[in-house]
Design a protein around this ligand. Structure first.
Ligand code: MG
Length: 172
């Protein structure tokens, strides 16, 4: 099996008056991530893990923050575009695991909500998407509630016709 892994990381500064969106889920909070898009650090980390596994660079290359088309866009739209690209390359997501570091709001109670949003988009059953929430024990910018950080790993496998064969694909 020609499996590929990718690693993604992202951090967003939190600012007053911005909606707090993480994993496509809105949390009640007095501040939210700054960003050209909606600043969804979890989805950005997942996107970078997927792109890394697919050999496709990173989110900033694909969706530049200087491009007005992406201003304020839901990061779920970007994720859907990346998934369409994987499909064209005949790659399927087999498993994704995520760590979130946020002091506030509490993420863990809504991990199931995040899975419900993201798992179908990734083509995964909920047990193949890990969402683990940590705090930074009051230390650093995350601990002071000034930022949220996310790490993600993704495992991709070939999909579609011809992927069961163990022999290398013939080229004309
Ligand atoms: Mg980001």
């Amino acid at each position: 099996m020609d499996a590929r892994i990718g690693l993604g990381w992202d951090l967003h500064r939190l600012a007053a008056g911005r909606p707090f969106v993480l994993g496509g889920v809105r949390f009640p909070h007095d501040r939210g991530p700054l960003g050209h898009s909606d600043g969804d650090a979890l989805v950005h980390a997942v996107i970078d893990a997927l792109l890394g596994a697919a050999g496709e660079g990173d989110i900033g290359t694909l969706f530049p923050d200087t491009d007005p088309r992406y201003a304020g866009i839901s990061s779920l739209v970007l994720l859907d575009r990346v998934m369409a690209g994987l499909k064209r390359k005949r790659l399927a997501v087999r498993h994704v695991d995520v760590v979130v570091a946020a002091e506030r709001p509490k993420i863990a109670p809504r991990a199931a909500d995040i899975k419900a949003v993201l798992a179908p988009r990734l083509g995964l059953s909920p047990d193949r998407l890990g969402i683990k929430a940590k705090t930074a024990e009051g230390l650093g910018p995350v601990g002071r509630g000034q930022a949220v950080a996310c790490w993600a790993v993704a495992l991709l496998v070939p999909s579609g016709r011809g992927t069961r064969s163990a022999s290398p694909r013939r080229r004309p």
